[in-house]
Ligand binder design. Structure first.
Ligand code: ADP
Length: 465
């Protein structure tokens, strides 16, 4: 049985900023259930850890981690949750902050984290055969494991969840933060800076990303965010594995956030819409409801939405928005909600429970991403029977099949080009579908048959291990 250590920066149910947390919180359980490997997970101990979980922490060990010429306190704590061992790296200087990321010293924080992970492997009883790092925050751990071999013969896998965020630092940080010979500098350097994503890609034995289409896209200058030469160099070892969803958790029959659980009943789904209309103070009536649940960043195609949404909502529709991020987008949605209180509701913030109710209530889910490594939101939308309207990029292309009116196949509405009027065209077409009971039922039925659980893809990780 292979022993695998996931190194990651977020994980449900402990702390989450996006889809990475969903993956780290569900894939290990699924893999462990196969009996072919044992995955454990190591994470930073952020102050965001909810008190109910904090109460479960048990101390494993305390040691000092070398960060360049300094020695930093490190506490390792553990929670065994639903059968999986989660380790937490405690250092208040680095992780006692209001947010997970977004600090000037993010690079240093995660180099420290990586150094602590390697030290923990040296000292601990769990000796992984494979270190599996996720995104730039774990890039240094992958690199150091390869160079220092904390377990002789240890293999490394690096998974790219989003190549936009790379962990850039001044090159002087190499001497300041790493305890490595200068001969290793080139494995960390990119364009005159240190780049932790590059370090992961360069050193890993195998590289994966979260959909087959994104694996191809990031080898091009359009999507590679400058790292495409590295990915082409390593393309033989690069594989796209589509993310699965924790379908036990995202289950519209069992979700305690919903007032009316449902599975295949359109009538019950629409009762959820009525409840949400009441909750949000929107007119309670039978009208197509569209939702947007997202980090408000350019990646999510919000410029397309801001371009055409006001035109679209002149029709008899309701739009519900849940998200936060760039001021430009937050203020646009606030403006619409104020101007059209009978049609638009915007919740600027992050709320897991609310998001579930919005997925369940909405008839359509809008996600016209500029790029999308995999995307979990459209998978959750499918689970809660909200028809996704997406751009054909990355994982959106691999998971949402365009509806074909002649064959009656397909699970969503899609468009190819990053063009606001292509989105508007699909939105208008969605109204035709909604108002044609037969067409709508056809699509709804197609969606009820979709299976995006890990059973479709987790075995590909086992193959690599
Ligand atoms: P990304 O990881 O790029 O943000 P994904 O689609 O992979 O995008 O995952 C986003 C996850 O975060 C989904 O589970 C989605 O429901 C959730 N999410 C995004 N914004 C919010 C929000 N404001 N409140 C609650 N959940 C959110």
């Amino acid at each position: 049985m292979k022993k695998v250590l996931f190194v990651a920066s977020e994980c449900t149910p402990f702390f989450k900023s996006g889809g990475l947390a969903d993956v780290i919180g569900s894939l290990p359980q699924y893999l462990n259930d196969t009996d072919d490997c044992e995955v454990r997970v190591i994470l930073p101990l952020y102050s965001k850890l909810k008190s109910e979980y904090r109460a479960l922490l048990t101390e494993v060990m305390i040691f000092e981690t070398e960060v360049g010429w300094r020695k930093q306190y490190t506490g390792i704590y553990e929670i065994i949750y639903e059968g999986v061992h989660y380790y937490f790296v405690d250092n208040e200087q680095y992780f006692k902050r209001d947010n997970l990321y977004g600090y000037e010293d993010d690079g240093e924080r995660f180099v420290y984290f990586s150094n602590a992970v390697i030290e923990f492997i040296y000292r601990g009883d769990f000796k992984p055969d494979v270190l599996h790092g996720h995104d730039w925050q774990a890039g240094a751990a992958v690199a150091i494991a390869k160079i220092k071999q904390p377990v002789p013969g240890i293999r490394t896998i690096f998974t790219i969840h989003n190549i936009l965020y790379q962990g850039w630092m001044e090159h002087a940080a190499f001497g300041d933060l790493f305890n490595l010979d200068i001969s290793h500098f080139s494995g960390f350097e990119w364009g005159g800076m240190l780049n932790l994503m590059k370090a992961g890609i360069f050193h890993a034995d195998k590289i994966t990303t979260v959909s087959p289409t994104y694996a191809e896209e990031i080898k091009t200058a359009h999507y590679g965010e400058g790292l495409e030469p590295m990915l082409n160099m390593r393309s033989w070892d690069l594989l796209g594995i589509i993310n699965g969803l924790d379908v036990d958790d995202y289950n519209s029959m069992k979700d305690s956030n919903l007032d009316v659980p449902f599975k295949t009943s359109i009538i019950k789904k629409r009762q959820n819409k009525k409840r949400l209309q009441r909750e949000f103070g929107l007119p309670v009536k039978e009208v197509p409801m569209y939702s947007i649940i997202t980090r408000m960043v350019e990646q999510k195609g919000l410029h397309l939405i801001t371009h055409i949404l006001e035109e679209f909502i002149q029709q008899d529709v309701q739009i519900v928005i849940l998200g936060n991020g760039l001021y430009e987008f937050e203020s646009f949605f606030n403006y619409l909600a104020e101007k059209y209180p009978d049609k638009v509701y915007a919740y600027i913030g992050f709320s897991e429970g609310l998001s579930r109710r919005v997925y369940a209530a909405s008839d359509f889910f809008i996600m016209p991403s500029l790029f999308e490594p995999c995307g979990l939101s459209q998978l959750i939308a499918l689970q809660y029977k909200a028809i996704p309207i997406v751009r054909e990029t990355g994982g959106l292309k691999d998971t949402v099949m365009p509806f074909n009116v002649y064959t009656g196949t397909g699970t969503g509405l899609t468009f190819a080009n990053y063009n606001a009027h292509e989105l508007l065209d699909r939105l208008n077409y969605s109204l035709t579908i909604y108002h044609d009971a037969e067409l709508y039922k056809r699509m709804f039925t197609n969606i009820t048959k979709v299976n995006h659980s890990w059973s479709q893809s987790a075995h590909q990780y086992l193959d690599i291990y």
